[in-house]
Design a protein around this ligand. Structure first.
Ligand code: TRP
Length: 337
Protein backbone atom coordinates (compact mmCIF):
# COMPACT_ATOMS: atom_id res chain seq x y z
CA UNK A 1 0.00 0.00 0.00
CA UNK A 2 1.06 3.54 -0.68
CA UNK A 3 2.02 5.45 2.45
CA UNK A 4 -0.54 8.05 3.39
CA UNK A 5 0.76 11.20 1.74
CA UNK A 6 0.62 14.26 3.89
CA UNK A 7 -1.20 17.02 2.07
CA UNK A 8 1.38 19.33 0.64
CA UNK A 9 0.89 22.99 1.49
CA UNK A 10 0.59 25.16 -1.57
CA UNK A 11 1.69 28.74 -1.59
CA UNK A 12 1.54 31.54 -4.11
CA UNK A 13 3.16 34.93 -4.05
CA UNK A 14 5.10 37.23 -6.34
CA UNK A 15 6.40 40.64 -7.33
CA UNK A 16 6.06 43.34 -9.92
CA UNK A 17 9.12 43.48 -12.14
CA UNK A 18 9.86 47.17 -11.74
CA UNK A 19 13.49 47.02 -10.66
CA UNK A 20 15.88 45.29 -8.31
CA UNK A 21 14.55 43.60 -5.17
CA UNK A 22 15.93 44.81 -1.84
CA UNK A 23 16.35 43.73 1.76
CA UNK A 24 12.79 44.84 2.49
CA UNK A 25 11.53 42.28 -0.03
CA UNK A 26 13.77 39.66 1.53
CA UNK A 27 12.41 40.28 5.01
CA UNK A 28 8.81 40.77 3.92
CA UNK A 29 8.40 37.78 1.66
CA UNK A 30 11.43 36.14 0.01
CA UNK A 31 12.72 34.65 3.26
CA UNK A 32 9.42 32.93 3.95
CA UNK A 33 9.23 31.65 0.37
CA UNK A 34 12.56 29.99 0.85
CA UNK A 35 11.49 28.39 4.11
CA UNK A 36 8.32 27.09 2.50
CA UNK A 37 10.24 25.82 -0.52
CA UNK A 38 12.81 24.09 1.63
CA UNK A 39 10.21 22.51 3.89
CA UNK A 40 8.66 20.79 0.89
CA UNK A 41 5.72 23.09 0.22
CA UNK A 42 4.58 23.59 -3.34
CA UNK A 43 5.51 27.17 -4.19
CA UNK A 44 4.33 29.29 -7.12
CA UNK A 45 5.94 32.67 -7.72
CA UNK A 46 4.35 35.11 -10.15
CA UNK A 47 6.33 37.79 -11.91
CA UNK A 48 3.43 40.21 -12.28
CA UNK A 49 4.34 42.08 -15.46
CA UNK A 50 0.78 43.19 -16.22
CA UNK A 51 0.76 44.96 -12.87
CA UNK A 52 3.64 47.15 -14.01
CA UNK A 53 1.42 49.11 -16.39
CA UNK A 54 -1.11 49.97 -13.70
CA UNK A 55 0.90 53.04 -12.73
CA UNK A 56 3.18 53.80 -15.69
CA UNK A 57 3.28 53.55 -19.47
CA UNK A 58 7.03 53.17 -19.94
CA UNK A 59 7.72 49.51 -20.60
CA UNK A 60 11.02 49.92 -22.42
CA UNK A 61 12.89 48.03 -19.68
CA UNK A 62 10.23 45.42 -19.00
CA UNK A 63 12.13 42.38 -20.23
CA UNK A 64 15.31 43.46 -18.48
CA UNK A 65 13.38 43.96 -15.25
CA UNK A 66 11.76 40.54 -15.54
CA UNK A 67 15.16 38.92 -15.83
CA UNK A 68 16.51 41.02 -12.96
CA UNK A 69 13.74 39.81 -10.67
CA UNK A 70 14.31 36.26 -11.84
CA UNK A 71 18.00 36.65 -11.03
CA UNK A 72 17.16 38.04 -7.59
CA UNK A 73 15.04 34.95 -6.92
CA UNK A 74 17.77 32.58 -8.01
CA UNK A 75 20.37 34.57 -6.08
CA UNK A 76 18.55 34.18 -2.76
CA UNK A 77 18.16 30.46 -3.34
CA UNK A 78 14.80 29.95 -4.96
CA UNK A 79 15.22 26.66 -6.73
CA UNK A 80 13.33 26.32 -9.99
CA UNK A 81 13.29 22.55 -9.56
CA UNK A 82 11.13 23.01 -6.49
CA UNK A 83 9.46 26.36 -7.09
CA UNK A 84 7.44 27.35 -10.15
CA UNK A 85 8.43 30.82 -11.32
CA UNK A 86 6.14 32.17 -14.03
CA UNK A 87 5.24 35.24 -16.07
CA UNK A 88 1.77 36.66 -15.50
CA UNK A 89 1.15 37.99 -19.02
CA UNK A 90 1.82 34.56 -20.55
CA UNK A 91 -0.88 32.78 -18.57
CA UNK A 92 -4.10 33.67 -20.42
CA UNK A 93 -6.16 31.70 -17.91
CA UNK A 94 -5.49 34.57 -15.48
CA UNK A 95 -7.25 36.99 -17.80
CA UNK A 96 -10.19 34.66 -18.19
CA UNK A 97 -10.56 34.20 -14.46
CA UNK A 98 -10.42 37.98 -14.03
CA UNK A 99 -13.52 38.29 -16.24
CA UNK A 100 -15.53 36.04 -13.95
CA UNK A 101 -14.20 37.72 -10.81
CA UNK A 102 -14.91 41.25 -12.10
CA UNK A 103 -18.58 40.41 -11.91
CA UNK A 104 -18.38 39.37 -8.30
CA UNK A 105 -16.87 42.60 -7.00
CA UNK A 106 -18.60 45.89 -6.29
CA UNK A 107 -17.04 49.34 -6.70
CA UNK A 108 -17.20 50.19 -2.97
CA UNK A 109 -15.32 46.98 -2.23
CA UNK A 110 -12.39 48.34 -4.21
CA UNK A 111 -12.86 51.97 -3.22
CA UNK A 112 -12.12 51.21 0.38
CA UNK A 113 -8.83 49.44 -0.43
CA UNK A 114 -6.13 51.48 1.36
CA UNK A 115 -3.30 50.10 -0.79
CA UNK A 116 -4.98 51.25 -4.00
CA UNK A 117 -5.58 54.70 -2.46
CA UNK A 118 -1.94 54.96 -1.45
CA UNK A 119 -0.77 53.86 -4.89
CA UNK A 120 -2.94 56.46 -6.59
CA UNK A 121 -1.44 59.08 -4.32
CA UNK A 122 2.15 58.09 -5.08
CA UNK A 123 1.63 57.31 -8.79
CA UNK A 124 2.52 59.96 -11.28
CA UNK A 125 -0.87 59.85 -12.91
CA UNK A 126 -3.48 62.32 -11.86
CA UNK A 127 -6.48 60.19 -12.60
CA UNK A 128 -7.39 56.63 -11.72
CA UNK A 129 -7.40 54.28 -14.69
CA UNK A 130 -9.67 51.30 -14.84
CA UNK A 131 -6.57 49.10 -14.77
CA UNK A 132 -5.20 50.58 -11.55
CA UNK A 133 -8.63 50.56 -9.96
CA UNK A 134 -9.27 46.94 -10.76
CA UNK A 135 -5.83 45.40 -10.41
CA UNK A 136 -6.79 43.91 -7.02
CA UNK A 137 -9.34 41.80 -8.94
CA UNK A 138 -6.63 40.64 -11.31
CA UNK A 139 -4.41 39.91 -8.31
CA UNK A 140 -7.21 37.82 -6.80
CA UNK A 141 -7.10 35.80 -10.03
CA UNK A 142 -3.29 35.53 -9.76
CA UNK A 143 -3.80 33.92 -6.42
CA UNK A 144 -6.93 31.84 -6.82
CA UNK A 145 -5.99 30.31 -10.18
CA UNK A 146 -3.55 28.25 -8.12
CA UNK A 147 -5.92 27.51 -5.24
CA UNK A 148 -3.17 28.03 -2.67
CA UNK A 149 -3.41 27.55 1.09
CA UNK A 150 -1.16 30.47 1.98
CA UNK A 151 0.03 33.73 0.47
CA UNK A 152 3.21 35.06 2.12
CA UNK A 153 3.20 38.82 1.62
CA UNK A 154 4.15 42.12 3.14
CA UNK A 155 1.64 44.07 5.20
CA UNK A 156 0.68 46.39 2.35
CA UNK A 157 -0.78 43.42 0.47
CA UNK A 158 -3.24 42.42 3.19
CA UNK A 159 -6.20 44.34 1.71
CA UNK A 160 -5.67 42.42 -1.53
CA UNK A 161 -5.72 39.07 0.22
CA UNK A 162 -8.86 40.08 2.07
CA UNK A 163 -10.55 40.93 -1.24
CA UNK A 164 -9.29 37.65 -2.68
CA UNK A 165 -10.98 35.76 0.14
CA UNK A 166 -14.21 37.71 -0.39
CA UNK A 167 -14.18 36.87 -4.08
CA UNK A 168 -13.46 33.20 -3.42
CA UNK A 169 -16.30 33.04 -0.93
CA UNK A 170 -18.69 34.76 -3.34
CA UNK A 171 -17.80 32.43 -6.18
CA UNK A 172 -18.26 29.40 -3.96
CA UNK A 173 -21.67 30.58 -2.76
CA UNK A 174 -22.82 31.42 -6.28
CA UNK A 175 -21.52 28.35 -8.11
CA UNK A 176 -20.30 25.74 -5.65
CA UNK A 177 -17.04 25.12 -3.81
CA UNK A 178 -14.13 25.64 -6.15
CA UNK A 179 -11.77 27.89 -4.20
CA UNK A 180 -10.10 27.61 -0.82
CA UNK A 181 -9.92 30.83 1.19
CA UNK A 182 -6.15 31.41 1.15
CA UNK A 183 -4.53 32.73 4.31
CA UNK A 184 -2.13 35.66 4.22
CA UNK A 185 1.11 35.04 6.01
CA UNK A 186 2.92 38.05 7.39
CA UNK A 187 6.62 38.17 8.08
CA UNK A 188 7.57 37.92 11.75
CA UNK A 189 10.30 40.53 11.31
CA UNK A 190 9.04 44.09 11.57
CA UNK A 191 8.96 45.96 8.30
CA UNK A 192 12.29 47.53 7.43
CA UNK A 193 12.59 51.28 7.17
CA UNK A 194 14.78 52.80 4.50
CA UNK A 195 18.30 53.97 5.23
CA UNK A 196 16.86 57.48 5.61
CA UNK A 197 14.75 56.02 8.44
CA UNK A 198 11.83 58.06 7.20
CA UNK A 199 9.50 55.62 5.56
CA UNK A 200 9.53 51.98 4.60
CA UNK A 201 12.41 50.67 2.54
CA UNK A 202 11.22 51.28 -0.99
CA UNK A 203 12.69 51.55 -4.43
CA UNK A 204 10.72 54.66 -5.24
CA UNK A 205 12.16 56.41 -2.19
CA UNK A 206 15.74 55.48 -3.13
CA UNK A 207 16.56 54.29 0.39
CA UNK A 208 17.19 50.60 -0.20
CA UNK A 209 19.92 48.03 0.10
CA UNK A 210 19.44 45.95 -3.03
CA UNK A 211 20.10 42.23 -3.12
CA UNK A 212 22.26 42.98 -6.15
CA UNK A 213 24.30 45.83 -4.62
CA UNK A 214 28.08 45.77 -4.92
CA UNK A 215 30.28 45.70 -1.85
CA UNK A 216 31.24 49.34 -2.44
CA UNK A 217 27.61 50.41 -2.67
CA UNK A 218 26.73 48.59 0.51
CA UNK A 219 29.58 50.05 2.55
CA UNK A 220 28.83 53.52 1.28
CA UNK A 221 25.09 53.25 1.87
CA UNK A 222 25.55 52.05 5.44
CA UNK A 223 28.17 54.65 6.17
CA UNK A 224 25.84 57.44 5.12
CA UNK A 225 22.70 55.89 6.60
CA UNK A 226 20.71 58.08 8.93
CA UNK A 227 21.26 57.68 12.68
CA UNK A 228 19.71 59.34 15.72
CA UNK A 229 21.13 61.77 18.21
CA UNK A 230 23.05 60.32 21.14
CA UNK A 231 25.87 57.85 20.75
CA UNK A 232 24.85 54.69 22.51
CA UNK A 233 23.95 51.54 20.60
CA UNK A 234 20.58 50.50 22.02
CA UNK A 235 17.43 49.12 20.50
CA UNK A 236 14.58 51.54 21.08
CA UNK A 237 12.34 52.15 18.08
CA UNK A 238 10.63 55.11 19.78
CA UNK A 239 13.59 57.26 20.76
CA UNK A 240 16.08 55.77 18.29
CA UNK A 241 14.11 54.73 15.20
CA UNK A 242 17.02 54.99 12.77
CA UNK A 243 19.50 53.04 14.87
CA UNK A 244 16.88 50.45 15.79
CA UNK A 245 16.23 49.91 12.11
CA UNK A 246 19.95 49.38 11.51
CA UNK A 247 20.01 46.88 14.38
CA UNK A 248 17.08 45.07 12.76
CA UNK A 249 19.02 44.94 9.50
CA UNK A 250 22.00 43.55 11.42
CA UNK A 251 19.78 40.85 12.84
CA UNK A 252 18.28 40.01 9.45
CA UNK A 253 21.63 39.58 7.74
CA UNK A 254 23.04 37.46 10.56
CA UNK A 255 20.27 34.88 10.37
CA UNK A 256 18.13 36.39 13.11
CA UNK A 257 20.67 37.23 15.81
CA UNK A 258 18.97 38.75 18.85
CA UNK A 259 18.84 42.53 18.92
CA UNK A 260 19.94 42.83 22.55
CA UNK A 261 22.89 40.56 21.93
CA UNK A 262 24.00 42.63 18.94
CA UNK A 263 23.60 45.86 20.92
CA UNK A 264 25.64 44.35 23.75
CA UNK A 265 28.54 43.73 21.35
CA UNK A 266 28.73 47.46 20.82
CA UNK A 267 28.41 48.59 24.43
CA UNK A 268 30.70 51.59 24.93
CA UNK A 269 31.38 51.84 21.20
CA UNK A 270 30.10 54.54 18.90
CA UNK A 271 27.97 54.67 15.78
CA UNK A 272 30.97 54.63 13.45
CA UNK A 273 32.25 51.33 14.77
CA UNK A 274 28.76 49.85 14.68
CA UNK A 275 28.26 50.97 11.10
CA UNK A 276 31.56 49.47 9.97
CA UNK A 277 30.54 46.13 11.45
CA UNK A 278 27.05 46.41 9.95
CA UNK A 279 28.47 47.15 6.51
CA UNK A 280 30.61 44.04 6.72
CA UNK A 281 27.68 41.95 7.97
CA UNK A 282 25.43 43.09 5.15
CA UNK A 283 28.15 42.45 2.61
CA UNK A 284 28.77 38.98 4.06
CA UNK A 285 25.07 38.24 3.61
CA UNK A 286 24.97 39.55 0.04
CA UNK A 287 28.28 38.03 -1.12
CA UNK A 288 26.97 34.49 -1.77
CA UNK A 289 23.92 35.98 -3.49
CA UNK A 290 26.24 37.95 -5.70
CA UNK A 291 28.08 34.79 -6.64
CA UNK A 292 24.96 32.84 -7.53
CA UNK A 293 23.62 35.81 -9.45
CA UNK A 294 26.82 36.08 -11.49
CA UNK A 295 26.70 32.39 -12.34
CA UNK A 296 23.14 32.63 -13.66
CA UNK A 297 23.55 36.04 -15.27
CA UNK A 298 26.07 34.62 -17.71
CA UNK A 299 23.72 31.86 -18.77
CA UNK A 300 20.80 33.44 -20.54
CA UNK A 301 19.70 30.12 -22.05
CA UNK A 302 19.14 28.67 -18.60
CA UNK A 303 17.21 31.73 -17.45
CA UNK A 304 14.98 31.51 -20.50
CA UNK A 305 14.38 27.83 -19.88
CA UNK A 306 13.48 28.43 -16.22
CA UNK A 307 10.96 31.11 -17.12
CA UNK A 308 9.44 29.11 -19.97
CA UNK A 309 9.15 25.87 -18.06
CA UNK A 310 7.75 27.61 -14.99
CA UNK A 311 5.17 29.43 -17.07
CA UNK A 312 4.25 26.22 -18.83
CA UNK A 313 3.76 24.47 -15.50
CA UNK A 314 1.71 27.39 -14.19
CA UNK A 315 -0.54 27.19 -17.25
CA UNK A 316 -1.15 23.49 -16.73
CA UNK A 317 -2.23 24.20 -13.19
CA UNK A 318 -4.30 27.16 -14.37
CA UNK A 319 -6.08 25.07 -16.98
CA UNK A 320 -7.03 22.57 -14.30
CA UNK A 321 -8.61 25.28 -12.19
CA UNK A 322 -10.38 26.79 -15.19
CA UNK A 323 -11.97 23.44 -15.97
CA UNK A 324 -13.40 23.39 -12.45
CA UNK A 325 -14.51 27.00 -12.75
CA UNK A 326 -16.29 26.54 -16.08
CA UNK A 327 -17.94 23.38 -14.90
CA UNK A 328 -19.20 25.17 -11.80
CA UNK A 329 -20.46 28.34 -13.48
CA UNK A 330 -21.85 26.62 -16.58
CA UNK A 331 -19.35 28.05 -19.05
CA UNK A 332 -18.20 24.57 -19.96
CA UNK A 333 -20.42 24.07 -23.02
CA UNK A 334 -19.94 20.30 -23.03
CA UNK A 335 -20.16 18.66 -26.43
CA UNK A 336 -19.54 21.98 -28.16
CA UNK A 337 -16.14 23.30 -27.05
N1 TRP B 1 1.05 43.35 -5.77
C1 TRP B 1 2.25 42.65 -5.47
C2 TRP B 1 3.36 43.70 -5.17
O1 TRP B 1 3.25 44.83 -5.59
C3 TRP B 1 2.72 41.73 -6.57
C4 TRP B 1 1.74 40.64 -6.87
C5 TRP B 1 1.03 40.46 -8.03
C6 TRP B 1 1.38 39.57 -6.00
N2 TRP B 1 0.24 39.36 -7.92
C7 TRP B 1 0.43 38.79 -6.71
C8 TRP B 1 1.74 39.21 -4.69
C9 TRP B 1 -0.17 37.66 -6.12
C10 TRP B 1 1.13 38.10 -4.12
C11 TRP B 1 0.20 37.33 -4.82
O2 TRP B 1 4.32 43.35 -4.55
Amino acid sequence: MEPLAQKQIRCLTGDRPTGPLHLGHYVGSLKRRLELQNSGAEVFVIIADFQVITDRTDTSRLEENVFDVLLDYLAVGIDPKKTTIFLQSRVPELAELTVYFSNLVTLPQIERNPTVKEELRSAKMKEMTLGLFSYPVSQAADILLFRPDVVPVGEDQLPHIELTREIAARFNVAYGEVFPLPKPELSTTPRLLGLDAGKKMSKSLGNTINLSDSREDILKKIKTAMTDSGREITYDPVTKPALSNLLTIFSVVTGGRRLDSIARDFAGKGYAEFKTALGEAVDAFIAPLRERRAAFAGDRATLVRILREGTYRAREEGMKTMRLVRRANHFEYPGIF
